[in-house]
Design a protein around this ligand. Sequence first.
Ligand SMILES: [Zn+2]
Length: 711
Amino acid sequence: MKFSNIALCLAALQPVIAKTALRQNHRRMENDDCLALIQDIQYVDGSGEEKFVCAQSDGQMIDIVGEGADELAELVKKNKFKSGTQSIEGCQFKGNGNGPPHECYLPPGLQMKQAGAEDTDRQRKLATVTGDKSVLVVRVIASDGQTSANTALLSDSVFGTNGDPVNLKSQYGACSHDQLNIIPAPPRTDITAGTTTVTVSTSTTEGDGVMRNAVTTALNSKFGVSSPTALADHVMYCLPPNTMSGIAYAYINSWNSVYSDNWCTYVSAQMHEIGHNLNLAHANEGGTTYADQSGMMGYSYGSSNTPVMCFNGAKSWQLGWYSTKHRTVNADEEYAGKMIGQADFSNNPNSHPVLVKINTSSSTDYYVQFNRKTGNNSGTVEAGNQITITRAAGEGNGYAESELLAKLSTGGQWTATADSKPITVTVNSIDLTASPGVADVSITFGTVTPPCTSDTECTGGTFCNPEVCSNGACVAGTPTVCAQDSSFCNGEEICDDVAGECVSTGNPCATTDLCNPQVCSEENGGNCVVEPVICTGFGDCAAEVCENGQCVAPSGDGVCSENEDCNLCQDCMIASPGAVCGNGICEDTENCLTCAQDCNGRTGGKPANRYCCDGGPSVTVSYGIGCSDSRCGNCNSDPVTSGQTCCGDGSCDGAENFLNCPRDCNAPAPTPVPAPTPVPVQCKGSKSTCSANSECCSGNCAPSGRKMKCT
Ligand SMILES: [Zn+2]
């Protein structure tokens, strides 16, 4: 099925593609997927460009265009595409009808898969940054120009074969402390001191893309290899002047780097582009690509032997050359102490850290480095002898651009927030006179408690749960134990954080009934005893009783009892209305003048006939007579007390009566039972003398001489 598809495609292509192009396309159509690579290009003005290419098995690099390239760029930003490890499918090659295709169109809907075994093996080898790495430098003779430097100069500039002091080999050797050894490509016919020359028919005016692939084709042809990768681990193309608009570029995690003429001989460009081959990304600052000039992944410089410098913190961590002196500070951890520069990695008797990674929970982390300006780093362009802090994604293990965030001198401090926790880097001191020079730094990530030396420095605890200093850290100590005193009645002795001391809980004898309170007794080891409230007082009307712990007099019941006192108890004070005119009784304080309704009198006429009834015990009015006089009728000679009268004074007066004051008032005399009305005796038929009907038949009371008939 697949074969017939290919045949169909070829048939369709044949009419429109020239025969030479057809041959090239035929070869590519046999395997329509290719290795995707990032191409990082730097221009002379300091700007850069990131492109993608489709790497062919023979070393040709085909520019990827179209929506698929945009999708690749997005994946790079998300750290989801790793150059040199994944193949893309469906790239549609376009030729110009003369020579190999120069670009492929990648439609939207990116399809990728893991690279094939051959590519993977090559990448694995390239990814290593230690051991021998062979480099072939290619001088180019084009139809209208050639590389300015001859092969001897190129070899000297890259390998120092003729005394060049600073070059790719020497500087990678110095920066890696002899762990990465750049060596010339293995010699063979036409490869001498790591260099060779190829001649192409291409013109410089055709651009670096065409020239580059022509050089690849020429190398394969000249040495009878299937790819330039058969000749060396890294192959540097030194293109004739004016071939390319940039100064150099390289493929990430790949073998090829391309230079504009003399840039091939400048150590910073060599280090930078081979750095790309080694999977390093750019070093930025302030959001500007290349602007971090503390290391080689920033700008490149048009100078053969300068600047002498290595890589920033993030790149150094990724390269791993100083990994035995890496230190990681995770959240809630810290580093406090000295750091040395990587330049002194081989002179580190006190085993100080060279790199500290502040490791966040995300893949974006911070790298702290002492950018010691000496030895292999004596020409660092920026932040020399300062503590630098760079940020990079990828956990420090892969291709990720870095950002230089801070350059700190003595006393400098940098803070940031990651994982919602504070990060603080403080430079306590920098001592360049020491050997090696050291920077004393404090790095905290999260809330880190400073180390303690004594318990008094540990203030995080409480009185009851104190902290103690243990191995330099404040940790929870033994909870405070409160000694129990000999008193039972002051309760238990417990720890009180608010008071900051041991306190007693107080009376242990709980009282719920205030009239029968629990009283604490210390006797016999202490116990609680009920002691009722005893009320001895006498209230208004009765003995006091206990209510809610208080002795109170009970309220009256409205009846003046035997033991109640009218002077104390309201029950015994009986309100009296006094004399009431109009009640038909001539009472005390009334007389015929003041109350003619009740008191009789005659106040006119013959003086001898005048009289005036006067109630009460004494007579005080003219012509007055007392109640004893029959003319006064219903008259009362008792004194009348108005207001209140006292029940219990032995006098039934005022409104007192037997019901409300039996003490003073007698029971009223029973109403006399009226005598029965005699029933008329009606003995039948005669005038008897019987006094009761029952006697009528007795015959005893019959009229004289007559018998009574019984009825
Ligand atoms: Zn670059």
